[in-house]
Design a protein around this ligand. Sequence first.
Ligand code: C2E
Ligand code: CA
Ligand code: CA
Length: 413
Amino acid sequence: MLSLPDPAMRLLILDDQADVGQVIALAARSATCEARATTNADAFFQTLDAWSPTHLVIDLVMPDMDGVEVVRRLAERGCRARIIIASGVGSRILDSARRLAIEHNLDFAGVLAKPFTPRALRALLIDVPQAVPFDPLTIAVTASELQLALTRHELQVYYQPKVHCSGGQLAGFEALLRWHHPIAGTILPDRFIPVAESSGLIRPITDLVVEQSFAWLARSFADADWSISVNLSPLVLNDLGLADRLLARSRQHAIDPKRLIFEATETSAMDQSINSLDVLTRLRLNGFQVSIDDFGTGYSSMAQLVRMPFSEMKIDKSFVMSALQSSESRAIIEATVALGHSLGLCVTAEGVEDAATLEYLRMIGCDLAQGYYLARAIPGNEVGAWITGYRSRLAAAVGSPVLPGIGARLSAV
Ligand code: C2E
Ligand code: CA
Ligand code: CA
């Protein structure tokens, strides 16, 4: 049985369609909640100040002001009311508005998808915050949380192996960041790198990745020639002092620069507004390798590509993961391998999830493979055990389809 809401609840509605606002108000009153509807932002903010509502329903799409702007203004005023976002727009837009409300530390009750039922509105109105199951994915990733994560050493570099398509030998690792949040558990970089980029924290974070991964490589594999790939964000690529700092770090750890690969996405590397060409060229001149990441997803022209000092191309995983099903993906992969080779570059396919894809890549002459079929990104202290296991997988694969095409050509890993 639903419990009735507190009659002291006051609901203020902002919806440019007066009839929709009235329907919401009616449904709210039937839940013994006081309700007022407004149809424009001025009236809404005036009523907000005069009436101090406990709950708000905000339409996301309005002609004079969009709901996202309203959410921002509510945050600036330190609004404490519980917010319900109402809209008929697609779930992705609703989802980002929801995240925006959370980012701004607003008290977010949920989304009322239009057309709504009175029951759905009632459920949102009487829902006490504690009754909402805690979803670790929705914790607010803010710059201050990220700054704390740095101070508390919650950011850890994981390593994903890259192997030769032909022969299977280990070639190196990509350094991929993980955030071990004390409440939310492991947070993946797609959620916090954008915050790091917009807050300027990407510089100290890149320094941390460089320091951790160089130290790990020097400590664990000083005598091997396996490489480490580090991702560089566009902001970092704009820093003209980067090449010198990286050179100093590699000397400090006595790592040959040719074992160090720096990955830039196609879009950021080609961005004329930043100093990327200058920085990437300096890195190459200092003996480092430079890789073009997520190739196939950006908009570079052939002329730009030839001009950039790359040593490796990484085919975006979206093509690799669909290679067996899509002839378009295979066309892109094969064209990229041919283009890369004609420019003298090493071509890596990422997102290799099964044996058949690996075999296909070997057949078309792709150089390196990276993907869940070989390994996910793992902590540095587990890499030794992975190498042992991988060696026995390779040995067992001779004449069997476990790692087709690879076991037979196995030389030392
Ligand atoms: P990316 O550079 O394209 O990295 C490859 C991503 O693909 C990684 O996700 C990796 O775990 C995932 N991946 C690898 N193999 C497979 C596979 O077989 N299947 C599938 N489904 N996925 C696979 P991750 O670690 O979540 O990283 C996401 C992105 O975050 C990276 O994309 C990179 O752009 C960024 N990132 C990660 N670490 C750093 C960092 O230290 N600095 C910067 N600037 N960006 C980073
Ligand atoms: Ca990468
Ligand atoms: Ca990539």
